[in-house]
Design a protein around this ligand. Structure first.
Ligand code: KG4
Ligand code: ZN
Length: 342
């Protein structure tokens, strides 16, 4: 089954064609992030305007790269939310028009379910992930720990109480005078620094919870910069701050695996899964389970291939109900897409 997907929830415009939820025929992405480097963050109206400019050229390029014609496409998929409303609407309006024009069924996909499907992309058929899977979903908008027994069945074990992990990287970068997006900027700087140079507190240390909290780390960074003297090493600060975030994430993952010994795999998804230190730390935990992150770096941050993969799994599990009509939503809980086992 070939699914053409569109993802436009924030400042990336992407169109992909994916076969059977894994084989990527194309995953074309136009990013308008450069436009926001100076502003230090996304400007919603500007992001939506860029989506309008990019969507048709990206669609044309994707069709060329995939070497597909409309006859090769079995269904259209699109991110229906959550995201910046103006940006998401550009994708859903385009997808609806395309589905009508080409007479194809349309699947509306939750953005985070897309991230959670990104670990299936480009896997060989004999290496399919095995449920139950613990998914650490860490991006600019959310930080969640999900335990799933299938793509669409599972429960939320923990969630951030304040900032998302990616947001912590972005805000930390801004405090350090580094550009947006902060995650890659901090990671690059951290390569040159000493992660033990400054100590950061372990958040929610005394609480018996699988929740996250990043605002304390951000405040600690502010005070550390203030007290570090007139010419602090930005590399040491970046490395130590990154270490603080990763240690917190690793601590929660360890507790979750201890509490749920039936877990067979750990998946790390979302923009922050691109972080090399996080990958090394989670692999180094030696939890005795398979640890995966998206095969390609471009599948970590927002992209349409993950939306196509998610749509394929929705069709597999829900049959024709996958093509139900949907609304475009700026905020949308993931419990709309993943339900508890009855
Ligand atoms: O998944 P994503 O592209 O968009 C959302 O759904 O939010 O994630 C973007 C987030 C940003 O906060 C960015 O700073 C972070 O992912 N990020 C990283 C890295 N690359 C992107 N954080 C840490 N290390 C990275 N290498
Ligand atoms: Zn995302």
């Amino acid at each position: 089954m070939h699914i053409l997907a569109i993802e436009s929830s924030a400042d990336e415009t992407s169109v992909a064609v994916v076969e059977n939820g894994t084989r990527v025929l194309c995953n074309t992405i136009a990013s308008s992030q450069d436009a926001f480097t100076k502003a230090g963050g996304m400007i919603p109206e500007e992001a939506a305007r860029r989506q309008v400019e990019c969507i048709l050229p990206v669609l044309h390029q994707a069709m060329q790269e995939s070497k597909c014609t409309k006859d090769d496409i079995d269904a259209i998929a699109v991110t229906r939310g959550p995201g910046l409303l103006g940006s998401v609407l550009v994708g859903t309006v385009t997808a609806r028009a395309l589905a009508t024009l080409w007479k194809k069924p349309l699947v509306g996909v939750h953005h985070t379910l897309g991230h959670m499907s990104s670990t299936w992309l480009e896997l060989p058929p004999d290496d399919a992930p095995q449920f139950p899977i613990l998914t650490l979903s860490v991006s600019g908008g959310h930080s969640d720990l999900w335990l799933r027994t299938s793509h669409l069945k599972g429960r939320l074990l923990g969630s951030t109480r304040d900032d998302a992990a990616g947001e912590a990287f972005d805000k930390g970068a801004s405090l350090l005078g580094l550009p947006y997006p902060g995650g890659p900027a901090i990671a690059r700087m951290a390569d040159e620094g000493n992660p033990a140079a400054f100590a950061f507190p372990l958040p929610l240390k005394k609480e018996n919870t699988l929740d996250f909290s990043f605002s304390g780390l951000k405040t600690a960074l502010r005070y550390t910069i203030r007290d570090a003297g007139p010419t602090p090493s930005i590399a040491d600060l970046a490395a130590s701050f990154q270490e603080g975030i990763c240690v917190h994430l690793a601590d929660r993952v360890t507790s979750a695996v201890r509490q749920h010994p039936n877990i067979r795999e750990l998946h790390i998804v979302g923009g922050v899964s691109a972080n090399k230190r996080l990958r090394a730390m989670l692999t180094g935990l030696n939890l005795g389970i398979t640890v995966r992150w998206p095969v390609s770096l471009r599948s970590c941050t927002d992209n349409a291939a993950m939306i196509a993969a998610a749509a394929y799994f929705i069709v597999q599990e829900n049959g024709d109900a996958a093509y139900a009509s949907f609304e475009t939503m700026a905020s949308l809980p993931l419990t709309e897409a993943i339900s508890k086992e009855s």
